[in-house]
Design a protein around this ligand. Structure first.
Ligand code: NDP
Length: 301
């Protein structure tokens, strides 16, 4: 089996480079153009012709798209680029997947919803993004669905990875220097490890290749829910319990309204994952287990 992976160096893309290797040959690209046995390949999603040509050269059985324009605030002003990368490039991948009868694996976001209420969003709930990033991700989903290709779309939330920066590491850094921190307490979701997103996508892709009726949109996040404020408290408590010297004395809960950003954020990022767990017979761990593992790695415990 041949797999084309786009966005290989992002949080999720990096983990997919690991998880996909057991399925077959992985041709992994970032936005650079590279010479390969297939010819010159580009994974630049703003170059739609180059992307189409690359897929035609590689002729993959599976296209996995981990690339996206993810700068949520910047997307408000850099609209054309965000739209090209998140919507139009998804359409190119979907059209080419359809021609090749390949499976397209793609990631989307809880930001397709407006964040109202306090129920966990189901795949069938009405979409209504509150920012431009969410709108482009939704359009990407719709273009994939309209193409007639075989696809798996995983909507997720609050992604972190052990590699690079993340919210927990930022909290730890600040907690070392500052006596008090202010953290948003009215946005609720589940911190989702990039490793979990890669592993579940890989396991689900294997099943969907054998049973194409499993294709569709799925919500994917660990079990449980937390606010950013309680998440920060969890991180600080864990670090202290493991011997870290922290200056922080208080973590103050603040409202989203007190932390204005160019793009609005939905308050309710809860995702109902029943469809995924049922259709693929997969288990989702609670969010604490992934966060704890990441903290142990970064604290060298
Ligand atoms: P990252 O921002 O870590 O990675 C995105 C990758 O896309 C980066 O490697 C980036 O490359 C690449 N990229 C951006 N623009 C282009 C382009 N024009 N051409 C090629 N590559 C490009 O994102 P995540 O791994 O966190 O996100 C994976 C998926 O999950 C995305 O679909 C995202 O929308 C979704 N998601 C993410 C959430 C989050 O909290 N991060 C929440 C919900 C969903 P470079 O580094 O060079 O810019």
């Amino acid at each position: 089996m041949k797999i084309l992976l786009l966005g290989k160096n992002g949080q999720v893309g990096w983990e997919l480079q690991r998880s996909l290797t057991v399925l077959g040959e992985v041709v992994a690209l970032d936005r650079q153009t590279v010479a390969s046995a297939y010819g010159d390949l580009t994974g630049d999603l703003s170059n739609l012709d180059g992307l189409r040509a690359t897929i035609r050269l590689v002729q993959p059985d599976v296209i996995v798209n981990a690339a996206a324009y993810t700068a949520v605030d910047k997307a408000e002003s850099e609209r054309e680029l965000a739209h090209t990368v998140n919507a139009l490039a998804s359409q190119v991948m979907a059209e080419e997947a359809r021609q090749l009868d390949a499976l397209l694996v793609h990631y989307s976001t809880d930001y397709v919803f407006d964040g109202s209420g306090d129920c966990a969003w189901k795949e069938t709930d009405a979409v209504s993004p509150v920012n431009y990033y969410g709108a482009t991700k939704l359009e990407g989903e719709q273009l994939i669905e309209a193409s007639g290709c075989k696809y798996l779309i995983f909507r997720t939330s609050w992604v972190y990875a052990a590699r690079g920066n993340n919210f927990a590491k930022t909290m730890l850094r600040l907690a070392k220097d500052r006596q008090s921190l202010n953290v948003i307490a009215d946005q609720i979701g589940a911190p989702t490890g990039a490793d979990l997103l890669a592993d579940i996508a890989t396991a689900a892709a294997v099943q969907a290749l054998a049973k194409p009726e499993l294709c569709g949109v799925y919500h994917l996040a660990p079990a449980g829910e937390v606010s950013w404020h309680a998440y920060a408290q969890y991180v600080v408590d864990f670090a202290r319990a493991n011997g870290e010297q922290l200056a922080v004395q208080e973590i103050n809960p603040i409202g989203t309204i007190e932390y204005p950003t160019p793009a609005r954020r939905p308050l309710n990022s809860r995702l109902n994952t029943e469809k995924l767990r049922h259709n693929f017979a997969l288990h989702l761990p609670d969010w604490q287990s992934g966060v704890t593992r990441m903290l142990m790695e970064s604290l060298n415990k």
